[in-house]
Design a protein around this ligand. Structure first.
Ligand code: ADP
Ligand code: MG
Length: 250
């Protein structure tokens, strides 16, 4: 590693010795255990590991959705760990995009209204051109007035990605974004993420799927809340083999 200053300037997110513990005493679970990790700017990083290895907790801590118990989370140069609740809320609304496995769209709103929501929450007047362009960027220009129930799963997830991207976030976080999709829709979503990464978007994606992880620029592996490996440019086969070895405990 080079100097701290260089490190901070180059990473989209820097995790320094972060831990997150649930519960107390004998019943406590160290979901994230002393993780030090950088998510590079303009790159797509996948996070893999067995079920319960702390992937979601790590992602939530990195995105400022959850506080760490110790260590430091930097979003670019901004320290999320010392940020007060108001600052954190505003950062989440403006500099962070988050996509969930289950889409989490609001059923009573149209696609366009869902996409406009983060702008409204941030106190901005949503420009209809921006909403239209953002929907067009995920291939759904012609679905603006549709409600979520009138869209396929893959289309709903693309609306969710548009909603996460409309504020121009520094980092897009995604927790198993293809986990609820059929394989064809999953590929469409992954191709969209690839396009965004190639255009310079920093992306951090948790996934179970080696085919999804292999499309990222690098894959970080977790076990028992710790980073145990990192692969760059690995094939789906290599990723699957590494995950399988972690699942049996080596
Ligand atoms: P993953 O996403 O890799 O499946 P999680 O981050 O969801 O793993 O969970 C990591 C560990 O922390 C698991 O043992 C899980 O049971 C525990 N855990 C997660 N969230 C909570 C919570 N809110 N309360 C208590 N334990 C939790
Ligand atoms: Mg999870």
């Amino acid at each position: 590693m080079t100097t701290t200053t260089m490190t901070r300037a180059s990473a989209a997110v820097t995790l320094s010795a972060i831990s997150r513990v649930y519960g107390r005493g004998n019943a406590s679970v160290r979901a994230v255990d002393d993780v030090t990790l950088e998510f590079p700017r303009g790159a797509w990083t996948a996070v893999m590991g067995p079920s319960g290895s702390g992937k979601s907790t790590l992602l939530h801590c990195a995105a400022g959705l959850e506080r760490v118990d110790s260590g430091q989370v930097l979003l670019g140069d901004t320290d999320l760990t010392t940020a007060g609740d108001r600052l954190l809320t505003s950062l989440r609304r403006t500099r962070i995009g988050f996509v969930f496995q289950s889409f989490n769209l609001i059923g009573s709103l149209t696609a366009a209204q869902n996409v406009a929501l983060p702008l409204r929450l941030a106190g901005r007047r949503p420009s209809s051109a921006l909403v239209r362009d953002t929907l067009a960027s995920v291939g759904l220009a012609d679905r603006a007035r549709h409600k979520p129930r009138e869209l396929s799963g893959g289309q709903q997830q693309r609306v969710a990605i548009a909603r996460a991207m409309v504020t121009g976030p520094d980092v897009l976080f995604a927790d198993e974004p293809t986990g609820a999709l059929d394989s064809t829709s999953a590929v469409t979503v992954l191709e969209l993420l690839r396009q965004m990464a190639s255009a310079g978007q920093s992306i951090v994606m948790v996934t179970h799927d080696p085919l999804a992880a292999a499309r990222a620029d690098a894959v970080v592996f977790l076990r028992d809340g710790r980073v145990v490996d990192r692969l760059a440019g690995a094939s789906a086969r290599d990723v699957a083999a590494r995950l399988a070895s972690l699942e049996v405990g080596s």
